[in-house]
Design a protein around this ligand. Structure first.
Ligand code: ATP
Ligand code: MG
Length: 405
């Protein structure tokens, strides 16, 4: 079928009042970013719909790119034709012949904003319906829940026909809610937390704590590959590597082992907070899930959270592990996340971390450390890189090693 454009229906945007323009602007930008490789497509964001003029580009390829974009409720490939009665009937029949399979029912649903057009919507439904009914032997009409709904829209400039609606990713356009720093480990939970916050419009930047030589380069590459998995929703993501070895060594030297975890987390949070300020983020996101491990009891959260007043979004806090895994499988981060490369927390994991740390004690232990110096040196060593959809890290490394052998 020679589709001429794709019509995109907005998700929750319609309820957003004055912010609507911002939302549509952000969505247009995200759609354009996602359409790299389709230079002829023209994106036009209107109040109620977004139109993507294909100008000869492959509609299926373009629709694949639209699938993961948040803020899209649904979309349909559409044919724009001159609005003559004959052409409308002919094209409708041709379209239906292409999608219809034996036994399926159909219905025509028309709309008309050009009130001067000779047919009103009832005429349109009847005439186009009859053309299809007579043109395809065996096809039946069904008013309620038909298998195929052919939509005809007659507007001032042209007529538009479509018969396929594909569900989009829902949610809000990434970036429309502002920016957040995602604390990304190499595990299952934090990528899911990132995905869920993007779904609600938050643009994320990754903050990853890295402790060489205690953690291998593979663990860092793995975190970057997990980031790659989240890029289709936005195009690219900034990845911030924070050197964390010195802090962990100091904690291990000066703090009793039961409190390593609490103090470590507080350092991570302090650093993420400072990075958030530098990079003009509004929120911090992590993958904590209530009760999952010692650092994720409510008492621990209270003691850890004490270092910042920035809101922390914990998208998976109330989910069971199996529910988190389900989402991880859906977004294809699970297989990668369970690859066994130790991360900085597992290496320094104490035998018995406190599940109910006392804040006074935490502060007492921390006073043995040069907090400001440690934080400052870590910040000075930060590395920032942009991660894109086609990047590859772990595999790349294996190939390089193979070459050496
Ligand atoms: P995940 O599966 O996300 O790694 P987890 O079950 O391993 O979570 P923890 O190791 O206790 O749980 O980590 C809790 C949260 O702390 C993580 O979800 C992540 O947001 C943050 N975090 C842990 N380690 C790191 C790290 N090395 N760099 C950045 N953030 C981290
Ligand atoms: Mg982890």
């Amino acid at each position: 079928m020679k589709y001429t454009e794709i019509m995109v229906r907005y998700g929750e945007l319609s309820t957003k009042g004055k912010n609507r323009r911002i939302f549509i602007g952000q969505l247009s930008k995200n759609v354009k970013n996602a359409l790299e490789g389709y230079p002829n497509v023209k994106v036009r964001g209107e109040r109620d719909r977004m139109h993507l003029m294909l100008n000869g580009e492959d509609y299926q390829g373009v629709m694949e790119r639209l699938q993961p974009i948040f803020g899209i409720q649904s979309f349909s490939p559409v044919i724009r034709i001159e609005k003559t009665q004959e052409l409308i009937k002919e094209t409708a029949l041709e379209m239906m012949k292409e999608v219809w399979t034996e036994g399926q029912t159909f219905k025509v649903k028309s709309r008309r904003s050009d009130k001067d057009f000779e047919w009103d919507t009832n005429d349109l439904n009847r005439e186009v319906g009859a053309a299809i009914f007579h043109g395809i032997p065996g096809i039946e009409v069904k008013m309620v829940k038909p298998d195929i709904r052919l939509e005809v829209e007659v507007r001032q400039e042209a007529a538009y026909l479509s018969c396929e609606t594909i569900f989009g990713a829902g949610g809000l356009p990434v970036g429309s809610s502002g920016k957040g720093m995602l604390m990304l480990s190499g595990g299952i939970d934090s990528p899911v937390a990132g995905y869920l916050s993007m779904k609600r419009g938050v643009e994320i930047e990754m903050v990853h704590f890295y402790s060489p030589p205690y953690t291998s380069e593979q663990s860092l590459q793995k975190a970057k590959d997990l980031t790659v998995k989240l890029t289709p929703y936005v195009g690219s993501i900034q990845f911030i590597t924070v050197p964390f070895s010195e802090i962990q060594e100091e904690i291990k030297r000066s703090v009793p082992s039961g409190y390593w975890m609490t103090v470590t987390r507080r350092f991570m949070l302090r650093l993420t907070e400072l990075i958030r300020q530098q990079r003009k983020g509004l929120v911090i996101i992590n993958g904590e899930s209530l009760g999952q491990v010692a650092s994720q009891t409510l008492e621990s959260m209270l003691a850890i959270n004490e270092v910042t007043t920035t809101p922390i979004i914990r998208p998976v806090v109330t989910l069971d592990k199996s529910e988190i895994i389900q989402i991880a499988e859906k977004i294809d981060t699970f297989e990668l996340a369970i690859q066994p490369f130790e991360d900085c927390c597992t290496v320094f994991a104490p035998p018995e971390p406190k599940t109910k740390p006392k804040l006074e004690k935490v502060i007492g232990f921390e006073n043995r450390l040069d907090i400001d110096g440690l934080i400052q040196r870590a910040l000075e060593g930060i590395m920032i890189e942009e991660i894109k959809v086609d990047d590859q890290f772990l595999n790349q490394m294996t190939e390089e090693t193979d070459d050496l052998l």
